[in-house]
Design a protein around this ligand. Structure first.
Ligand code: UFG
Length: 336
């Protein structure tokens, strides 16, 4: 069976994908410096799957360390999850964000070339569609006008991959544009663990439900949406992980660089998500309306048709699944 490298494989999306890969029989190598994750995740991946990923505690910017990973393993493809992901921090430290998010893409490409590895699956974001496209977003739409340096780091990495694929006709880059991943593995053993006060809606909701926060501030109640609150395409992280398996299959024999939306194709408002969470988990959450958050769009969701037609993948899990699994993880994570 093939060996695949997951950079950032101890993180939220990487760890769920590692589980899916191990369950599908792949050998997995994780390179992660644990800046936004913890070593215990590696053990818990083993508990879930009964198999161990090989783990390197390294920073992917460290070319010599990355080189050793490729020396010691016969890596046939790379899934590049590693990266900084806070929109707010990227505004405060744009240079650090470019250095890390674009730099790791470059170090990987150089090291892969040296070792004859030509399959790259990239964690991109729907934020590359910027603020001028109609919804739903299709992959054919122009990218740019990103709302944050974080978004630009994703778009610049995409650009590098498109150019690399032109220069090397044997190279394959499958670019996955994630919408809003939430939920957690149903075991309750892995999930999202934000540092400090969560910026994102679902981890904020689960911390509120756990009594760690006082009230949810709903950013904007006057958007031109069905209930005035922002609409997003929330996707279960396990569906997202399955999307990576489909991308990996597709990249075998594929050349060139190609982008795919990984979303459900359905928009859900902030209030709808809160109400679903309350109903599914039998809880009541205090909320208040607050001004719009700068940089937020009113509404966007994916046209998920291309991934279904070309990759043979589509999201299966419901908003209720996402709410149930996020809450189970929140409760369980306090004991880990
Ligand atoms: N929201 C609240 N209150 C909160 C947090 C969020 O009302 O405390 C609202 C937001 O205004 C938005 C929705 O919940 O309408 C979702 O917000 P998130 O922060 O969870 O997600 P975003 O859509 O803003 O962010 C996502 C990804 C980023 C990406 C960004 C831009 O998490 O990685 O989309 O595409 F950069």
């Amino acid at each position: 069976m093939e060996t695949v490298l997951l950079t950032g494989g101890a993180g939220y999306i990487g760890s769920h994908t590692a589980v899916a890969l191990l369950e599908a029989g792949y050998e997995t190598v994780i390179a992660d410096d644990l800046t936004n994750s913890e070593a215990g995740v590696i053990d818990r991946i083993k508990t879930i799957t009964g198999r161990s990923p090989r783990f390197y505690n390294i920073n992917v910017l460290d070319a010599a360390a990355l080189d050793r990973v490729f020396e010691e393993n016969e890596i046939s493809a790379v899934l590049h999850f590693a990266g900084f992901k806070s929109v707010a921090n990227s505004v405060k430290d744009p240079v650090g964000y470019y250095k890390n998010n674009v730099g790791t893409t470059i170090t990987l490409l150089e090291t892969m070339k040296k070792h004859g590895c030509g399959r790259f699956v990239f964690s991109s974001s729907a934020t590359v569609y910027g603020c001028n496209n109609p919804i739903p977003y299709t992959e054919a739409m122009p990218t740019g006008s990103c709302a944050s340096p974080y978004g630009w780091t994703k778009l610049v990495s995409e650009r590098i991959l498109f150019d690399a694929a032109v220069a090397d006709s044997a190279f394959s880059a499958v670019i996955l544009r994630y919408f809003n991943p939430i939920g957690a593995h149903e075991s309750g053993l892995i999930g999202e663990k934000p540092n400090g006060v969560p910026d994102n809606l679902m981890p904020y909701i689960t911390q509120l439900a756990a009594g760690k926060r006082d009230i949810l501030r709903v950013f904007g109640s006057d958007y031109p949406t069905r209930d005035g609150t922002g609409v997003r395409d929330y996707i279960h992280v396990c569906d997202l992980a399955a999307g990576h398996l489909a991308a990996l299959d597709y990249s075998r024999g594929h050349t060139g660089a190609e982008a795919f939306n990984l979303g459900t194709g359905r928009g859900v408002s902030v209030l709808e998500l809160v109400r679903a969470f309350e109903r599914v988990n039998g809880l009541s959450l205090p909320l208040e309306y607050a001004p719009r958050r700068p940089g937020d769009l009113a509404e966007y969701y994916a046209d998920a048709g291309k991934a279904e037609r070309v990759l043979g993948w589509r999201a299966e899990k419901t908003i209720d699944d996402m709410c149930r699994d996020s809450w189970r993880w929140q409760k369980n994570s306090e004991n880990l």
